[in-house]
Ligand binder design. Structure first.
Ligand code: HEC
Length: 159
């Protein structure tokens, strides 16, 4: 038996890849503007310690999604992150490129992409404390990420 915490995200990713003709045809299936920093963007700037505490809470909060998932459902122990996660931002992430046609993403843009796609929710307000907190949390995770130790390859990238 595949443990549920692995099976569930894997199934969601496979379903998202396989069942979608737009994805198969390589056309953007989500609006790139939804995951692109707006003009004049000024991220929420607050107390780093407070953002870290909130970010840790939100990371595990299934209420952020509409499908019962939290960020941690897929990304526990660096799960689902690909080698690109080790690189400084902005960089290319396959999901953003294939589904939105966005070539390079900043970290907060990728969080919005995961809000929209795997979490099946709306992007967070750009200037929100919540986005800043998740960005701080994810940036901290990035520091301890080593590509060789990552989870199984992204099924979307398969031939
Ligand atoms: C259903 C599973 C799933 C959930 C839930 C999910 N993600 Fe992801 N996420 C992925 C996958 C798969 C990738 C790899 C995409 C790629 O490399 O093409 C990814 C990539 C990322 C990346 C980019 C890594 C890089 O290569 O730069 C970040 C950052 C990220 N997720 C953050 C989040 C955050 C924050 C949440 C919660 C709001 C979240 N994810 C929820 C599946 C998920």
């Amino acid at each position: 038996m595949i443990p549920r915490r692995i099976a569930l995200p894997l199934f969601a990713v496979l379903a998202a890849c396989a069942g979608n003709p737009a994805f198969a045809a390589g056309k953007p299936e989500i609006d790139p503007a939804a995951i692109t920093r707006p003009p004049g963007y000024r991220p929420y700037a607050g107390d780093a310690r407070e953002l870290a505490v909130l970010g840790d809470k939100l990371w595990n909060d299934t209420r952020l999604s509409t499908n019962g998932m939290s960020c941690n459902t897929c990304h526990a122990n660096h799960g689902a992150f690909q080698a690109s996660f080790a690189k400084p931002y902005p960089h290319r992430v396959a999901m953003a490129r294939d589904k939105a046609g966005v070539k390079r993403v900043h970290l907060d843009e990728m969080i919005q992409a995961c809000m929209l796609m795997p979490m099946a929710a709306q992007p967070l307000p750009w200037a929100s404390k919540e986005l800043a907190a998740l960005t701080a949390h994810t940036r901290a995770l990035q520091k301890s990420f080593r590509p060789a130790a990552s989870a199984p390859a992204n099924p979307c990238a398969g031939k």
